[in-house]
Ligand binder design. Structure first.
Ligand SMILES: *Cc1c(COP(=O)(O)O)cnc(C)c1O
Length: 361
């Protein structure tokens, strides 16, 4: 069997060119007679890989000089604890809860201090982004936290919250590098890379330098301190070398594609194909309020769980893989990250049209 259209929410589709290049370099990376997997993280070769990866992501996101880029591990979920341990100096933080990931992050922060829920969309199964223009920000809050794109529910912030002077921390795991971002509007951005950038396990954190200090909560383990990793150029211990190498290749692919402005256009085009169809269909329905729609994750339903299941298996047989919604919400979800070609979305919609015709009631 050849390559399928993989609509998984993560780990997710990667650019074929990147996979092919990695395969070619597997046995002998650029004449050094070994794989990147087998290489010392203290070698010149690997130093060049991580340096180039950092330079390329800085270029893609136009990251200002006063921000550090850290390549960490432990998945996005480890950041749920690292963020409060390093940044919750007054032991108060404000969380905007727009889905399971934000909720988990908030719950983790509550282990270390007061985590206020200043806005939530749980009342309507997280199907929208609440109005964040005038939130009850705690005067003692160290930061305001958001999950910018809600992978499970298919919503995203179209406008950042008014944090009333507090710095913003954003989990961008599922929208990482999908469009340009004004990094200066954030104190910290982080993303687990398996949604849009690379192999699971690696997390990239972009943190304003003045927030990286030794003043962390008592008992914070060495490995969970941003300063340890920042001072060591992400090489305090053995980093996830192979994962970083693949991320670096994806950064080069993104640059070759024309950068994040071009990716944004492509992603908007792809999402429009799917949303336009859903808006016109009498059979399938999108589940998200229009003003909150994600460009990356598109959930939809037929309204009948049996038909949903039938659609999912029929799609699977046709090579549209992993279209099943998250186990907590059911229905379908098409994740259409950077590396999903437009043709994949077009073919999916064509298949949905046929299925709709066959099942017209
Ligand atoms: C997938 C995901 C996570 C969890 O990532 P892990 O690497 O599995 O810990 C956190 N936040 C968001 C927005 C995600 O999409």
């Amino acid at each position: 069997m050849g390559r399928v259209y993989n609509f998984s929410a993560g780990p997710a589709v990667l650019p074929e060119e990147v996979l092919a290049e990695a395969a070619e370099e597997m046995m002998d990376y650029r004449g050094c007679g070994m794989s990147v997997m087998e290489m010392s993280h203290r070698s010149k070769m690997f130093q060049q890989i991580i340096d180039e990866a950092e330079a390329d992501i800085r270029d893609l996101l136009a990251i200002p000089d006063n921000y550090k880029v850290l390549f960490l591990q432990g998945g996005a979920s480890t950041q749920f604890a690292m963020v409060p341990m390093n940044l919750m100096k007054n032991r108060v933080a404000d969380y905007i809860v727009t889905g399971q990931w934000a909720k988990k992050a908030c719950k983790e922060a509550a282990l270390f201090g007061t985590a206020n829920v200043v806005a939530s969309s749980e009342d309507e199964t997280f199907s929208y982004i609440p109005d964040c223009s005038d939130l009850p920000i705690d005067k003692d809050a160290d930061y305001v936290y958001i999950c910018e794109n809600n992978t499970i529910y298919g919503t995203r912030f179209h406008k950042l919250p008014d944090t009333k002077g507090k710095f913003l921390v954003a989990d961008q795991s599922s929208c990482f590098l999908s469009e340009p971002v004004d990094v200066s509007k954030y104190g910290m951005i982080y993303g687990g890379v398996q949604k849009n950038v690379g192999p699971a396990g690696v997390v990239i954190a972009i943190i304003r330098e003045d927030l990286i200090t030794d003043d962390v909560l008592p008992g914070t383990p060495t490995m969970l301190r941003y300063k340890i990793h920042a001072d060591a150029g992400s090489l305090y211990n053995t980093p996830p070398c192979y994962g970083i190498y693949i991320c670096g290749k994806v950064f080069k692919w993104l640059r070759k594609m024309g950068g994040l402005e071009v990716m944004k256009q492509r992603n908007e085009e792809k999402a429009k194909i799917l949303y336009d169809y859903l808006d016109g269909s009498k059979f399938f329905k999108g589940t998200v309020r229009k003003d909150s729609r994600s460009l990356m994750n598109v959930p939809f339903i037929t309204g009948d769980a049996e038909l949903d299941a039938e659609f999912i298996s029929a799609a699977d047989r046709e090579g549209f893989k992993n279209i099943k919604g998250h186990r907590t919400v059911g229905g379908m979800r098409a994740s259409i990250y950077n590396a999903m070609p437009k043709e994949g979305v077009e073919k999916l919609v064509k298949f949905m049209e046929e299925f709709e015709k066959e099942h017209e009631r």
